[in-house]
Each structure stands twice: as structure tokens, then as C-alpha cells.
Design a protein around this ligand. Structure first.
Ligand SMILES: [Zn+2]
Ligand SMILES: [Zn+2]
Length: 90
């Protein structure tokens, strides 16, 4: 019982870790290099560039920024990355 639980936990950690690495690699290679890649929080349409309002539904779009060190998504106005502590600057 204990062994089964332990092995399952390890598997979950590995899966989680791999997923996070994939996410970060993707974010580093695509999102933050190309600029902001965001989707409308209201209608879900992909937003092409740094638009302030959704071209489809007119919803106000907040700037999405990714940490330049680890690729974590940062909330607007964040001064330090919540993942790695890097100062985000502007
Ligand atoms: Zn929209
Ligand atoms: Zn970071």
C-alpha cells in the first residue's frame, strides 16, 4: 500500500514537472519572443498583438507579460516574478 502510494506520487511529480518544462519551453520559444500572445477573456478569440480591446467583442484586454527568465505568466503590474523572483521591470 505504502509502496503503491509512493510510486504513484513519484509518477505525478514527474508528469507535473515535465508538463511545466514543456510549458516553459513553449512560452520562451513562442509567446514572449513574438510579443504578447493572449486570448480574449470574454470571447476567447486569439488576439494578434498588443491590442487594448478585443477586435471581436470589444472587451478590455489587460496586457499579459511573461517572465523573461522562466516564462511564467505575470499579472499586469507585477514587479517580481511569482515563480522565480526575477524583477520584471517594464
Ligand atoms: Zn473578445
Ligand atoms: Zn520567472
Amino acid at each position: 500500500m505504502a509502496a503503491a502510494q509512493s510510486s504513484r506520487t513519484v509518477e505525478e511529480i514527474w508528469a507535473h514537472s515535465k508538463m511545466a518544462e514543456d510549458d516553459r519551453a513553449m512560452l520562451k520559444e513562442e509567446s514572449w519572443r513574438e510579443g504578447v500572445r493572449a486570448t480574449c477573456p470574454s470571447c476567447g478569440v486569439a488576439l494578434p498583438e498588443k491590442v487594448k480591446f478585443c477586435p471581436e467583442c470589444g472587451a478590455k484586454i489587460l496586457q499579459v507579460v511573461f517572465c523573461k527568465e522562466c516564462g511564467a505568466k505575470l499579472e499586469p503590474g507585477t514587479k517580481f516574478c511569482p515563480e522565480c523572483g526575477t524583477k520584471t521591470g517594464s
